[in-house]
Design a protein around this ligand. Structure first.
Ligand code: PGA
Length: 255
């Protein structure tokens, strides 16, 4: 297992935070702080209405921009939805798919996650596919089964070539926004399970190259320990990505 074949990806998930003017302020602070830190890819996944501001401000910098969801149809009568082509044309390069908050509050299922993932790939967006167990599922000892199934269904009908463009984020639901981080050992264990699911389907070469992030209360104080694990190739960061100095400290830990 060679971690060095994979570039770490540190992605901020801003969730429903930051207006366009607040976006401009946060990014203006962040851009100089992370300049030249090229040991990892840096992404900010912003609300739809902030995309244009974020893309314009980060042009020519080492920060890339993503969205937090995408609809699976190309166009049509889907009031309130945003297509992959729309995101692409706005300059987004990444999109978070199947975040647990979408699964919990907005009826997202493994089947719709699969459709969204394929729509993102078809538009040449890099999907950040989120998987992770509930606390109850962990307590019942079925974390491996739950996360494996989520991963397998999300990747149905995804070719090996497309798989090489997918990022997977392991986010235990009980660790998101709770301040309760998975231990580095817990994160490593499940990220390794995810990699083995990818290996089973696509072979070891693809599995070795896929970036698997950890997400869930990652912060400056625990990032280095989590990122040191051989199967943890980056982070998807919520709360700490809203503070430029905290996000920068996590990026430093990934250099
Ligand atoms: P958190 O969120 O870092 O605030 O726990 C992570 C996420 O939901 O992606």
């Amino acid at each position: 297992m060679n971690k060095n074949v994979r570039k770490a990806v540190i992605a901020g998930n801003w969730k429903m935070n930051m207006t366009p003017s607040e976006t401009a302020k946060l990014l203006s602070g962040l851009i100089p702080m992370v300049k030249g830190k090229n040991g990892c890819d840096i992404v900010v996944c912003v609300p739809f209405v902030d995309l244009m501001t974020a893309v314009t401000l980060t042009a020519g910098t080492n920060i890339k921009v993503g969205a937090q969801n995408v609809h699976f149809e190309k166009k049509g009568a889907f009031t309130g939805e945003i297509s992959a082509d729309m995101l692409k044309e706005c300059g987004a390069e990444y999109v978070v798919i199947g975040h647990s908050e979408r699964r919990q509050y907005f009826g997202e299922t493994d089947a719709t996650v699969n459709l969204r993932l394929k729509a993102a790939l078809a538009a040449d967006l890099t999907p950040i596919l989120c998987v992770g167990e509930l606390l109850d599922e962990r307590d019942r000892g079925i974390t491996t089964e739950v996360v494996s199934m989520q991963t397998k269904i999300a990747l149905l009908d995804v070719s090996a070539e497309d798989m090489s463009k997918v990022i997977i984020a392991y986010e235990p639901v009980w660790a998101i926004g709770t301040g309760r981080t998975a231990t580095a050992e817990q994160a490593e264990e499940v990220c390794a399970v995810i990699r083995s699911v990818v290996a089973e389907k696509y072979g070891t070469e693809v599995a070795e190259s896929v970036t698997i992030q950890y997400g869930g209360s990652m912060k400056p104080s625990n990032a280095a320990e989590l990122l040191a694990k051989v199967n943890v190739d980056g982070g998807l960061i919520g709360g700490a990505s809203l503070v430029a100095s905290d996000f920068t400290a996590i990026i430093d830990a990934a250099q």
